[in-house]
Design a protein around this ligand. Structure first.
Ligand SMILES: [Fe+2]
Length: 307
């Protein structure tokens, strides 16, 4: 089996020229996995695929995670997590941006980053797409690292950063809160939505990818809280805050990001150890359905701050 690899805008590639329903050799699987590590974000289009096939295809990249929230999985496929806009649940994910009501918007993040053990990756397949909005953004933090100046790279080698889990967006220090208002049903604490609480997770500011060895800028806006003991590294608190602001903005530059406008049947796979993602959300009442499979994270990349 041969794959055709076409670059997307800025980061990631589209992989085509093969039929997902044809049996795949071990060599082809190895090649696909290598493409995943090389490009971090893979788009597949126009594949005729069933939920069983999505699960089987996802397993090429590693063992799958069963989602802990039963309500969001389908009984027959516990590996499949259904992301749905346009249902009764929308009110919990609704907030106001510049006075406009938006459902399901999420800041740049890496999945399960707040646990110190992020997922290895995930694959999304669009079943029902929104005519407008509903984009998913992907950001390549290895490319963002490579583009930093040497002085910043040297400084980052020494630093650790803490991530503080919180249910309220307005408690996050590095997301853009301008024009933001929570919705009337926005959860105020984890127990409001039967979610556990988490202590802070700490990461090196630059994480070496466990498989590819690429250096990854481990700075994402969601839950980002502080540099650990900045004074030990010659930074006052103000300088450490400005450094994080600069790095958050750097990672989000257009040259390191790709925003996917979904078509029905599109699949996107990303490496959650290297790429961050975000969602732009949809207008209230707009239907959007995505089937998601998740590749387990079998390595702890950060540490839990226990004292
Ligand atoms: Fe996510």
């Amino acid at each position: 089996m041969t794959f055709t690899v076409t670059p997307l805008e800025n980061v990631g590639v589209e992989v085509s020229g093969f039929d997902i329903n044809e049996p795949m050799t071990d060599e082809s699987k190895t090649e696909l996995k290598a493409l995943w590590y090389e490009h971090a974000i893979l788009l597949f289009r126009n594949q005729d695929i069933t939920p069983e096939k999505q699960i089987e295809f996802s397993r090429i990249f590693g063992p799958l995670e069963l989602h802990p929230l039963k309500a969001t999985t389908r009984d027959e496929y516990p590996e499949l997590f259904v992301l749905e806009n346009g249902s009764e649940n929308d009110k919990f994910h609704t907030a106001y941006y510049e006075g406009k009501e938006v459902v399901g918007r999420l800041d740049w993040h890496m999945d399960l980053h707040y646990t110190a053990r992020p997922n290895h990756g995930a694959l999304l397949r669009a079943l029902v797409v929104a005519e407008e909005d509903g984009l998913t953004g992907f950001g390549d933090l290895a490319k963002a690292y490579d583009a930093l100046d040497d002085e910043t790279k040297t400084l980052l080698e020494k630093l650790e950063v803490a991530y503080t889990f919180s249910m309220q967006r307005r408690h996050m220090r590095y997301v853009n809160l301008e024009g933001y208002e929570p919705g009337p049903y926005s959860p105020k604490k984890p127990s409001d939505v039967n979610f556990p609480d988490f202590p802070d997770a700490v990461y090196p500011a630059v994480v070496t990818h466990p498989v590819s060895g690429r250096k990854v800028l481990e700075i994402v806006e969601q839950f980002l809280d502080r540099v650990i003991t900045p004074q030990q590294f010659g930074l006052c608190n103000d300088e450490s805050i400005e450094l994080l602001e600069r790095l958050v903005a750097h990672g989000q530059k257009p040259e390191f990001t790709y925003f996917h406008k979904w078509r029905e049947g599109d699949m996107v796979l990303w490496d959650n150890w290297r790429a961050m993602h975000c969602t732009t959300g949809t207008k209230p009442g707009v239907k959007r359905v995505i089937n998601r499979t998740t590749i387990q994270g079998d390595i702890t990349l950060g540490r839990v701050l226990s004292s």
